[in-house]
Design a protein around this ligand. Sequence first.
Ligand SMILES: [Zn+2]
Length: 625
Amino acid sequence: MYRKPVLTVIAILFIASCSKQAEEVDNYDPARDYFTFANTEQFVTEHLALDLDVDFKAEELSGSALQTMRRLDAAATEIVLDTRDLTIASAVIVTAESSAPAEFRLGDTDETLGTPLYITVPVDTGEQFDLVLEYKTSPKSTALQWLPPELTAGGKHAMMFSQSQAIHARSWVPVQDTPAIRITYEATIRTPTSMLAVMSANNDPLTPRTGEYKFEMPQPIPPYLLAIAVGNFYFAPLGENTGVYTEPELLDASVYEFADTQAMLEQAEAMFGPYDWGRYDLLVLPPSFPFGGMENPRLSFITPSLLAGDRSLVSVIAHELAHSWSGNLVTNATWRDGWLNEGMTSYMESRLMEVIYNVERVDEERVLMYNELLLDFERVPEKMQALAPRLDNTDSEDFQGTIHYSKGQLFLEYLEDAFGRKAFDDFLSAYFEEFAFGTITTERFLDYLDERLLSQEGSPVTRAQAEQWTYEPGLPVDARIPVSKNLENAKALAEAWSADEIQLSEVPFEDWSPQARIHFINSIAPDLSFEKLAALDGGLGLSATSNAEIGRTWFIQVAKRRYTAAYEPLEAHLNRYGRGRLIAPVYAALAANGEDLELAREMFERARSAYHPLTNEWIANGLYE
Ligand SMILES: [Zn+2]
């Protein structure tokens, strides 16, 4: 996902209180997935066939899920699947010889994990069989958002989309919802005839709009990459095997903004090895999409807040594309190893952006990322600051803020510096080849790093140094701190202007990137007069900006400083966007300024019906705990 240095999950922890303190567990097993009920050591799903009706009126999916399963333990007689808010109507076990109803029951519901589904399997069923479940979802499904027409760009058609990562696939498919397994899948999806369904599978840009759509995903994926969206989507090509789906109202803007996608794909292949997934398309969703992007294979889901009109925010596309290697091809074994998805991807994102654009732009983004990392170190408990912390199901999904993204990126940059870019690129290519279509723990990564690089004679990095990155809080003293001349200059001018040494008209904003403007805004004196804030707002048009990141930066400052003259556009910002990164920290700054907690709650209550359930949860955690 993309929550920037910003990633979308494990997600936005701009809210310190999200993270519950985990009790120390004596027999902690770092390789165990504490976020699933599934007994994957006894039974494992290898293939999934979905047959679902999409009912917008009832806000539910209903139909069947057929799982081709393998019994790994001959004595095991009970399958445990993950569910959340699902109604299971029947279970049937089908073998080559027979087809018979199976006994099933739902267990006790856990707030974090959902509800286990137990299915009895006769001991003589054999090693391989199909399990067919008839079921339907609930309107409360944490993965699915059902949008009424007025919350879409066109305003005429309803829409529905999923967000399965990290543990929400279970709220629309009864499944072993753990990255420990990989499944291929196929699906038949029936929709109203005016609509198009797309999935994280083989979307055909030329498919006729019949209201019945068939999909196949021949490459095995972890269940958190199951994805579906249904709406008034149309397609436009971006390159030979890249393109974009969105509502017709956003199609031209999307084609302009994401024009470099094909070049990014080709560059990524040159650097990291073959792209193993066929086509690479984007799906640009309405503002309520909770993340910057979600790396659903073959079809990244993208926030429309990237449509700045100047391609200044497309690092999110580089990020989602890079996940085709780190995350989708080589997958974190459990969410505790999430840095291997997100840190690796953030590193590759920077590398791609450097080639497609230039190193100055990347340095600007790295400095902003580093500054956000420092804020996370202030908020996130020390024990969660390790890249691979002791994480279990007493922790919320949002346990680490963006630390696994940015600290992970800095770790890999540290290794690149130490061993040289060529050697490190060779290491990465070999890593992706070695672990392709598999999962990896932090410990296996360290062993592989050891084998390939650390144990070489004269290695500049020891195993102990690498383990300091993965297991200790904060940053090692020899981390490479990002520097950008452009941003240093912006900061110096912000300080000079704050001190009345220069006029605002002397600051060459028009020559600056959005990133330099953001750094300027973040660098103005904390006690700046409201008169000067008004001059800055008027001079740069901050309250009316169409750049979502500049708006985010400005309105955090507005809220922190109680600059009430801009509270009306601040609320407009909160209503315009639904992406957690853009709004949760604005609510948090209002709530924390000593005066406006009630106001923040009122604004949230007015806006929340247009937000995604996940976004509502993050914001509510900050405002009501
Ligand atoms: Zn990501």
